[in-house]
Design a protein around this ligand. Structure first.
Ligand code: HEC
Length: 147
């Protein structure tokens, strides 16, 4: 009885997820959630090469907090709650730490991922500020499983 319920539940979850991702792929729909980055140093228009909020940045803890919330609202539906991927999109806790990871991270959030005209990941930098996106990267590094 219990097992059967569990099975039903996970089937429903699967169908739900499949629906979501098909929708995202078909239209690249994004409902961006505003991110309040007040308190973090403003970065201006030009993209930094390296995450400016990583230690020893004095407000690193605040960046992590903002980044976690921003991730949950804007990335988790594809990349998984708490950064733990359910398989729809890569597990971002495995991104490389440091400058190299920063470059790849920036490339993806600016360019998104489009294959054969299908949007797998929207250009998140069109919707979120550089401050919000580096805060997310800062949180991701705090839960990194890179090494
Ligand atoms: C609509 C679903 C979707 C959303 C929303 C989304 N992504 Fe993605 N993302 C993907 C997919 C799918 C890939 C894999 C693309 C590929 O390999 O072609 C990806 C790849 C990435 C990569 C490269 C990972 C790697 O290991 O190569 C990064 C970095 C990334 N996303 C960051 C983010 C961040 C940060 C957010 C939120 C601000 C976000 N994504 C929101 C679907 C999404």
């Amino acid at each position: 009885m219990f097992l059967k319920n569990k099975l039903l539940l996970s089937t429903a979850a699967l169908v739900f997820c499949a629906g979501l991702s098909t929708q995202a792929m078909a239209h690249g729909d994004v409902t961006p959630q505003g991110v309040d980055t007040q308190g973090l140093d403003p970065l201006g228009e030009e993209w930094r090469e390296e995450n400016p909020y990583r230690p020893p940045y004095e407000k690193n803890a605040q960046a992590i907090k903002i980044g976690f919330s921003a991730y949950t609202q804007n990335c988790a539906r594809c990349h998984g709650l708490e950064g733990i991927s359910g398989g729809i999109a890569p597990d971002l806790r495995m991104l490389e730490a440091g400058l190299e990871g920063d470059e790849w991270y920036q490339y993806r959030v600016v360019n998104g991922a489009v294959r054969d005209g299908a949007v797998y990941m929207p250009k998140m930098a069109d919707y979120l500020s550089q401050e919000a996106l580096w805060a997310i990267r800062t949180w991701l590094e705090s839960v990194s499983v890179d090494e």
